[in-house]
Structure formats: C-alpha cells, structure tokens
Design a protein around this ligand. Structure first.
Ligand code: GLC
Length: 474
C-alpha cells in the first residue's frame, strides 16, 4: 500500500508560533501520527512565516524558492521555506506584506491575511509537489481551505479530501457582507455557503464544505450542537453526521516532571518527594511566606471571562481569609490584570501574581503548587488540567467540554481531580473547601496525586481516532 499524504494547514504551530493550545496540538498530532503510522502516512504542515519565526529560526529554515497566489484581483508573492522536525515536514509561507509582523493576529486585515494564506496553501502544494490525499484545516484562519477545495480548486484538486478541526467556536472569522468577492475570492453564487446572520462567516463555510468535521473533545462536540455553538448550533446540528469529538493529548515527554529542565528539582510519581523543593522555590519567586504546611493554589490561564476568571475575583476575599497561598500567571483583559495586581499588593506573602506568560514559569508553578483552578465557562478541550495532573497538582475544574472528559472526581472513586457542575462562584468556593479538607489528610492526598500523575494523557489513542477518520475518507 502506498503511503498517504496528509497536509495540516494552520495559522500557528509550536514551537515556531503558538498563542494558545491549538499551536501545541497542531505540533503534537502530526508527530503522533508519524510515530504510530510511519508506514502509512507522510505528514507535512503549512503555516505562515511570521516575522519572529523568520528571526528566531533562520538557521533551521531552507528557502525553497518562490511562486505566487491569486486572491481575487491580486497576484501575490509566496516565498516557500521548509524545515523538518521529528519526521514531519514544515512548509512556511513567506510574504512580508501579510506576515512580516510581530504577532499572528489582531490586525485590521486579518481576514485578507488568512484568505491569502489559504490560497497560498494550494500554491505550496503545486510548488513543492507534496500533493496531499487529505488536507486537515484548523479553526477559522484556515477555514477557506475546504471552501476553496469545493470552489476555486474543485476541478484541479477534486481528489483531495478535507478535515476541519474546531479548537474554539468563539472565533469564527466573521466579516462584512461586501468582503465576499474582493477579499475572499468567492463568487456571488457561492454566498450561501458562508452567509450567516447577514455576514460572511468563514467557519460556517468550512463546516458546510469540509468532508469531515472534528472538535477537541466528545463533550464539546455535544455541547456545541445544543447550546455552546456561539450561534452556529443549527449549522452544527445539520452537519452532525460528519462531526466527531476527539480528545487532545499532551506531549508527555515535554511535560514530564522527571526531565523538565524548567524545574528546580525533578521528581516523578515513583519518587515525588522533590515536589517540595519546587514549592520552596516557587514561594521565593512569588514572595510568599515559607509556611511548609500551607497549600498553594495556582491559576495559569489567559485572563479572560470565559476561562472563569470572574468567578475567582468573586471569591478572592474568601480565599484571602483561608489558610492557603495563591499564585497566578497569565495575561489578558486589562480589568483582570489590574484587579489581580491590586489583590496581590493587598496580601503580600500570601498572593503572588505574575502578569506575563512563559512555559518555564508555568512548569515551575505546576511543580510547586498543590491545586490548579480551571473554572471555565466553556472549554473545548483544555490542556492545563492535563499538564497539571502530570505534575501532581490537583485540578479543580468546571464540568464542561474537555474538562469533563479528562478529569474524574475523586469523591466518586479513583479520580484525578475535583469537578463542580454549575458556573457559579459559590460552587467553586465550596469545591475548593472540599479539596482543602482532603489536603489536610496527607495519605489520602498523596494517593490522589499519584492517581493524577499516572493518568494517561498520551496522544496515541487520539492519533488512532484521527487516523480512522482519514481512512474512512480515503
Ligand atoms: C483552544 C481551546 C482549548 C483547546 C485548544 C487545543 O485553545 O480553547 O480548550 O485545548 O484549543 O485544541
């Protein structure tokens, strides 16, 4: 049997550019696929070449040459660079006008930038000769790939099948109706594909035109059809026949307290005692008092409302009166950043805040804490709860999406965390109190951390599930 080719089209991929979980997933899944199915798949990834990637990884990149992409009336330059990592080929699309910028998103012309990227994906296929059997697109930024496969490239690439993975339905790529032809190179006769509430909605167009649709947990796949679809519920119900929820894994080699270089001291489920040294270090870093008996609760999150950060602000004063210490890492809404800075200033020695983000600091926080809070309003999958378990830090999560699919409540048997059902601050506080009761019984707590550290969050079974979808399509 000849090998099948899968091309991932994505706006971010770790370590080159990652603004959230999607970048990590899009890096890990291809690797899991080639290591489990080396004889079955060739996997390549195509991604924009942003300015910081060009700067930091210039030594790793090879310039293959240049071609063009046509986007409506524009004929645009497409420089093609490549790199290889662990058996996966990466292609980068270079174009200074669109990607010669510091950040991946947040510009007035993001719609045009990613429309260009999706067109350039086809130029890269032509230019490199990497002709895929399946193109796997991710979120709205590559949503035009399945759309173009059904429209502009319907004749030329009729054999290519498409998979769309939705990492977060909150972001749909919605634009004014007049952008249809000029910006997105779709014809008036194709408007119904993308039309939603009078706007051009790229994600909707991709949901309708892709061959298979996946999202990042079974519970989220259910929720988005019923109430969590950010307005797209009817479309998701109509297309439910091709929708599957597949839980993400995490990179268990990268997130391993036994080898993680960011830690002060390494430890493992078999020999966990050095977790305490990391806690001491963490207290120093965040200016917390060295009270060995006091539990440390952490939050490592983007500081935005749907992550449940407002629930934490609502119970902040209760937390300040309890015997615990609190550490927070993340950036986000100005309101939350200001709130937490002020809160930490009021409680020196007890509350430590770092308004920034780095994976190294995150690792040290997970290693040095006892409990992580993830009270999300919605969470398609969530990676933090899994990483936190690996480091023996017990997650308290709201029962939603991927949180529900990865965390089992320890009060109901062999669990790896705590869940609370409703989005409300009193329930969160109640669950924290329950967790702290358990924490004060060291034997029970250490059994719980053992269970959490031994949870299986590897990519293998998820890679199998994606492979099964590709096989059905081929
Ligand atoms: C998005 C989702 C998150 C998920 C990640 C990777 O960031 O918000 O829940 O884990 O994508 O799929």
């Amino acid at each position: 049997m000849s090998k099948k080719r899968v091309l991932f089209a994505t706006s971010e991929v770790s370590p080159y550019m990652a603004t959230g979980g999607m970048g990590q997933v899009v890096a890990a899944l291809p690797q899991a696929l080639v290591s489990a199915y080396a004889s079955r798949y060739d996997v390549a990834i195509v991604c924009p070449l942003y300015e910081p990637v060009k700067r930091r990884y210039s030594g790793e990149l090879t310039f293959l040459g240049a071609t063009t992409a046509k986007l409506a009336w524009r004929d645009q330059y497409v420089g093609v660079y490549s790199a290889t990592r662990d058996g996966v080929m990466y292609y980068f699309v270079d174009n200074l006008q669109y990607f010669g910028r510091e950040r991946a998103y947040g510009y007035f012309d993001d719609g045009e930038r990613f429309a260009f990227f999706c067109k350039a994906v086809f130029s890269v296929i032509e230019f490199t000769g990497f002709h895929p059997d399946v193109i796997h697109a991710h979120d709205w930024q590559s949503a035009l790939v399945p759309l173009y496969l059904r429209t502009r490239f319907a004749d030329k690439y009729s054999g290519i099948r498409s998979v769309l993975t939705i990492h977060n339905l909150e972001y749909q790529g919605q634009f004014a109706p007049h952008t249809l032809s000029d910006v997105f190179d779709l014809y008036e006769s194709e408007r119904s594909l993308v039309d939603w509430n009078g706007c051009v909605n790229l994600l909707k167009g991709a949901i309708v035109t892709c061959d298979r649709l996946t999202t990042v947990s079974p519970s989220y796949a259910q929720e988005i059809r019923e109430y969590g679809g950010h307005g797209l519920e009817p479309i998701l119900r109509e297309n439910a026949y091709k929708l599957t929820g597949i839980i993400n894994g995490i990179d268990t080699e990268l997130y391993d307290p036994a080898t993680d270089k960011a830690l002060y001291r390494n430890y493992s489920a078999d020999s966990p005692s050095e977790k305490f040294s990391n806690k001491r270090k963490l207290r120093d870093m965040f200016g917390l008092r060295q009270n060995p008996q006091t539990p440390v609760i952490c939050v490592v999150s983007r500081l935005v409302a749907h992550k449940g950060i407002d629930l934490i602000t609502q119970i902040a004063e209760d937390l300040a009166e309890m015997d615990l210490q609190f550490v927070l890492l993340g950036t986000g809404d100005h309101y939350f950043e200001t709130y937490f800075r002020a809160w930490a200033a009021e409680h020196p020695g007890k509350v430590g805040i770092n308004i920034s983000y780095s994976t190294e600091t995150a690792s040290l926080i997970f290693a040095g804490s006892d409990i992580t809070l993830m009270p999300s309003l919605s969470e398609p999958c969530g990676l933090t709860q899994m990483i936190s378990c690996r480091y023996g830090t017990i997650p308290i999560v709201r029962e939603t999406g991927g949180l529900k699919d990865t965390i089992r409540d320890c009060r109901l048997g062999d669990g790896n965390g705590f869940l609370f059902p409703h989005y409300n601050a009193a329930e969160l506080l109640y669950t924290i109190r329950k967790a702290l009761e358990l924490y004060s019984a060291p034997d029970t707590w250490s059994k719980l951390t053992q269970e959490a550290m031994r949870s299986d969050f590897s990519w293998k079974s998820s890679a199998d599930a994606y492979a099964a979808i590709y096989e059905e399509l081929l």
